[in-house]
Design a protein around this ligand. Sequence first.
Ligand code: ZN
Length: 502
Amino acid sequence: MGQPYDRLRAAMREIGHARSVLALLGWDQETMMPRRGAPARAEQIAFMARLVHERLSHPALADRIAEAQADPDVLADSREQANVREFLRDHERAVRVPAALVEELARTSAQAVEVWRAARERSDFASFAPWLERLVELNRRRAECLGAPEGGELYDALLEEYEPGMRAREVESIFGSLREKLKALIASYARSGSPQHAALRARASIERQREFNRFVAERVGFDFAAGRFDVSTHPFTEGIAAGDTRITTRYTEEAVFEAMFSTLHEVGHALYEQGLPKAERPGEPLAQAASLGIHESQSRLWENQVGRSRAFWRWLWPHACERLAGALSAQDPEACYRAVNAVQPNLIRVESDETTYNLHIVMRFDLERALLRGELSVSDLPATWNARIREDLGLQVPDDRRGCLQDIHWSTGSIGYFPTYTLGNLYAAQLWQAAGRDLGDLDGAHARGEFFALLQWLRERVHLHGRRYTPVELLRRATGAALSPEPLLGYLEHKLQDAFAR
Ligand code: ZN
């Protein structure tokens, strides 16, 4: 590679090192750090984040990028062009928002999270409302700095952060048709069959569960020589650097399979991190995830399409019986398969089943977009939320704790984040359908505990490309089709019929 591009790659690499340090500080804070280390850690993280921002927004960088764009080696290679293009995108986004606004958002959300925690505890929306108003206003200013794309709206500027190239209008159209069809599906299968969790009730010591979860993670493909598996209050995955991807889970003695699904979810994220070409391209955009939605698609695919299949439970069953040593109350894998797919509308998003979950997300997208546009006032949020839950899920919201105060996202100032959850589910279903077409009998392989073909397919079609394509383009290349709600709807319909309508 020519000199200008070499210099630019060196800059990318150094920013990458700083990001790795930040990731490691964050991982340590959630897993190992003693409680009293928190104030010093907050300072360390703020310092490192500032350092990354200064590097990324450095005025000299624009010239370096322009020089690299003219480098013959870049001009001759579309992959390297994409690498530079994405780095320019990061630079421009970093430059556009004034440091004072970045700081104000960070400070306000740090306080707002604490106010939200207390407000949720007491189900007291009124105390959180002024903070939410402030955060919406700051996000509006941030979106104005970033700029709405041609023909788009302010919300797009925020969405762009998480899902490059995606537009609110497109999300609205896909989510709208998804919502109507999901409502019909839920009406047919709500409270489907067996008492949902009875078959899944299983107690086992944390030690046994830890071994069991390690076993499952390893069998689906998590590389323990390039990763760690620890415990934290909120399960997460941190891709720290090449050869170092860490996942966590949370155990309770009486909820064996909750921990297992959480592990499968995080393993899905981790397989993506382990499949990105970080060793070849440290710190470069082409070694980073395409988007949050694509990241979520990888976790959902392993958690749902694989983990909630009959084939998976057939394979898992004897191992669960042996490793959890008689802790299971279900009689057979079929009972588990039905239990993990039962449809039961729930007020709480994170406790919702695979089918109703998306209605929660569609609602949050509609509401946060209306807030940002000024079409919905913060004071009207609880009533609007509750009416929507009644309409979509047929449930009464008894208090705001179980209503509009349940999620942390808005209190951290994240607007434009929610849709990535359902986009992830849509991508996952579409990838799963295409992988099945390409690879043939995936269920047969999974019933034998053979997951490598699927992982290999995902590596080639998704992981290896990093940020080379926008999420929708990546999906089109991997599956041969444009983003559509049909694969997810078809997958859910087929499974519910298979599990409950026989
Ligand atoms: Zn996730």
